[in-house]
Design a protein around this ligand. Sequence first.
Ligand code: NAD
Length: 554
Amino acid sequence: QNLTNGLNLSQKQTPNGTELNCKGWIQEAALRMLLNNLDPEVAECPEDLIVYGGRGKAARNKASLSLIIKALRDLENDETLLIQSGKPVAVLPTHADAPRVLISNSQLVPRWATQKHFDELEDKGLMMYGQMTAGSWIYIGSQGIVQGTYETYAALAKKHFGSSLKGKLNVTAGLGGMGGAQPLAITMNEGVCLAAEVEEWRIKKRLETRYIDEISYDIDEAIDQAVTYKNEGKAISIGVVCNAVELLQRLIERNIVPDTLTDQTSAHDPLIGYFPEGLTVAEAAELRQHNAEEYIKQAYATMAKHVKQMLELQKRGAITFDYGNNLRGRAVEAGVENAFDFPGFVPAYIRPLFCEGKGPFRWAALSGDPQDIFETDKLILELFPENESLQRWIKMAQERIAFQGLPARICWLGQGEREKAGVAFNKLVAEGKVKAPIVIGRDHLDTGSVASPNRETEAMLDGSDAVADWPVLNALMNTAGGASWVSLHHGGGVGIGYSIHAGMVIVADGTAEAEARLKRVLHNDPALGVIRHADAGYDIAQDTARKFRLGLKL
Ligand code: NAD
């Protein structure tokens, strides 16, 4: 196949099947996952190489993309390709068990790690923002986030509403690559979702992929409809084309208090990700291009108002939480001193899972055949019969989630479970029960791979929120263990200056060598998370560490 010329990214071009374009399955997996990240069914704006999350890209520019493709096709099984912020810079000799690709994205020396400095470097073509799984080539479309969002709302429902969101009004905003999972996750938990989104096409895209049920162009009508569904106990989602602050303003004026309230606009990126109020999409694009400073000023003003409205609705009784986009951090920068009066979703709902090494384990079928994923689903159901929420999730995912690009699946697995699944997948490949190798990875939003004080490591028990040794150790350990590609990023989720995090992908190609690597990497990767949380003093993590004999041999 001609993969290097004429990169028309509006057309699907991820290779699939059993024929190799590269000199080994690991390189082939990297090539397919890179192109899958940019598949028009998967990426938010493939023409601009933007995968998701504001300006999260898979390669720095089209020239770099062509070169990466070429380098991967030529790469030997004892060589490693180096990627510097989306640009291939070298191929160096390593060995068969070493990663085939090592990636570093958006790293800046801390004193210079500001959005402004990053923007200047990006303008000069020297850097790229990799977000999390965009620049590390393991984004799988909105499904990737659905289960995490489902887990979060399930944990919230368990804590506050007797385990279901039935008859509850859940308000949010932002229906992009990640945020688009919210309506589905809420209706899967039986609740009503009312979400504001500025860009009409985003809602339409979610309608097509069945992540949302209805679109509305009138705020009051949408509110009335949502309240009706709430009263009828119906699980239906509505996307309303408006700015988040317009929706919240009407809710406040009409004194309609949502049961839950959050937000997933791209507030981490005030220039590209967040829309100031009072501007149409076209006007915003114009202002962004011609007067970036003014745009950022207006974005900050809207974010300050947005957070004040959330605080007001929280005061009136809405269970309010930050959904990992640094909206509170931006509001503090804009002078809203009490922005952190509502909690982030990690300390509120996710940290106990991290303490058991649980996090977003995901895999994709390189064959491109959905049947291969159904085989892996069957295996997961057999491997973990005692895990009821996992059983429920896999069945629901099969019914309600449309595949985007290469068929893929996600489920949260913990210490012990991930290596068990990885080795079993490798066996499926070896026995020919699936048609081609399976690629296994995870989000950077995981137990041991991220330091992000306004999100994953907010309010750590010992105050170690900003300690970034852990994600660096994670990347080094996964390299030593022989992951297929390893990445270290800066600024994902919450923006430049706010986070350091690592990615890991490993290929199950059915060989004995792959089995040995899978055992090591899928043991060590979550282990770092358990150890990190045990070190910070969490009981659950200390128990998990004891159970799996992690840590020092004293
Ligand atoms: P995206 O850029 O693909 O989508 C953001 C959406 O927000 C866009 O559709 C945009 O039109 C909309 N938007 C921006 N400003 C708005 C406003 N004022 N009112 C209404 N709509 C507005 O980003 P994404 O991938 O969906 O991620 C969204 C945010 O969530 C990011 O900040 C990301 O870092 C964060 N995130 C959270 C998690 C998590 O688990 N909680 C995971 C990944 C990303």
